[in-house]
Design a protein around this ligand. Sequence first.
Ligand SMILES: Cc1cc2nc3c(=O)[nH]c(=O)nc-3n(C[C@H](O)[C@H](O)[C@H](O)COP(=O)(O)OP(=O)(O)OC[C@H]3O[C@@H](n4cnc5c(N)ncnc54)[C@H](O)[C@@H]3O)c2cc1C
Length: 429
Amino acid sequence: MKTAIVWFKTNLRVHDNEPLLRAIEQNDLVIPVYCFDDNHYRTTEKGFKKTGSFRAQFILQALLDLDSSLRQLGSGLLIVKGNTGDVLAQIALEYKARKIYAQQEVAHEELQTQDEVTTKLQAIHCSLETFNTTALYHPHDLPFTIANVPDIFTPFRHKVESSTKIRAPFPSPKAIRSLELPALQLPSLSDLGLGPAILDSRAAFNYPGGESSAMMRVKYYFEESGLVSSYKATRNGLVGADYSTKFSPWLAIGCLSPRYVYQKLKAYEANYGANDSTYWVVFELLWRDYFRLIMSKYGVQLFLKNGIDSNHPKAKQHNTEVFAKWINGETGVDFVDANMRELKLTGFMSNRGRQNVASYLCNDLKLDWTYGAAYFEVQLIDYDVCSNWGNWAYIAGVGNDPRKDRYFNIQKQADQYDTDHSYRNLWLK
Ligand SMILES: Cc1cc2nc3c(=O)[nH]c(=O)nc-3n(C[C@H](O)[C@H](O)[C@H](O)COP(=O)(O)OP(=O)(O)OC[C@H]3O[C@@H](n4cnc5c(N)ncnc54)[C@H](O)[C@@H]3O)c2cc1C
């Protein structure tokens, strides 16, 4: 009997999941596993947890949903906790697995874990095979090597759009041959060292984690509401769920595949017609791909104060007191404060808000941007290592923005995007 493990990470779905499909094709028995890595719940040197309660809660919901889908197919999800390398090696020994199938990582710490897993598995004659599961464009199809990824988004976009096709998503498996797995055993938030996740009733994003709810949102956004046909005009909104797709939390932990989104978008265009708005969703997903590639190209540099631009050092200092006011929405600048309170109470903030509060921290308060990025990391439901650190470095002027001095005039932005003060009133009154 050939037994394999599928190691689920930020690909918590059964659709468009190549590691899962390959494991089923190539083995007699498949054991799906998810590991709560201690490292993801530690407190960092900046004083923040790496994962906050809102995101942890969303992950727990997604695992419940995944377990249910996997059980319908014939297996289930085994939950383990600890050091990933150690616990995966232990599970591999216990189930006599010769191979583990997983998603390929691109960011520094995730790659370190991947390498550690490979080494620990080698010692027990088990191997790790990885697959690209997270991007719209498959990295092997790109017209440049990682070292030659353009440093500016627009040339990148033109090159990929003119030369590369987006692959179709993989179908969901029909069945999984597995052993009888114990009932799902999820840790509680307090087991993970976290407090309760109490969502404010004003939250713009108030959906459970999981592939099922992701599918419902895609269906709603494209098929039921047709909101996609006005996305370009509404995407800079601030209040409610429908000004933008709200796909990001599901994309971030892989309940949703970007290629599935693309497929549904194309189906919408075939039925109702393409316009600037339908294209713009793809345009934004391309930014997501872009930050992945930039992460692959520059690695650990994207987490450093000087970023990828060592010729223009912009290192700024941290100031605990001023920073705390920024976090708590007590700067006295109403547009910034409204956004920061939304983030604190809900784990979500619009793209317009993120750009403004990040610019305010870097350009007005003149603080070290890496603390801002670390706070977003703990707080955001949709935290994605590449999108978060890539966007922050970009706004801090040490990333991929060709204009190194981009500055958001907060008052002007508030006047333009919150003309009637409804957003500020929502969060400050
Ligand atoms: C400082 C800062 C930090 C950010 N941190 C994150 C993060 O941790 N995780 C995250 O998913 N996004 C991050 N973003 C990007 C963006 O703000 C969110 O993706 C978006 O607000 C999510 O809402 P939505 O799904 O409704 O987006 P929509 O406007 O509907 O966009 C559709 C999808 O395109 C992608 N996208 C849109 N804008 C961007 C962008 N600027 N960069 C990368 N991808 C984008 C997302 O996957 C999004 O779900 C950050 C932006 C800034 C300025």
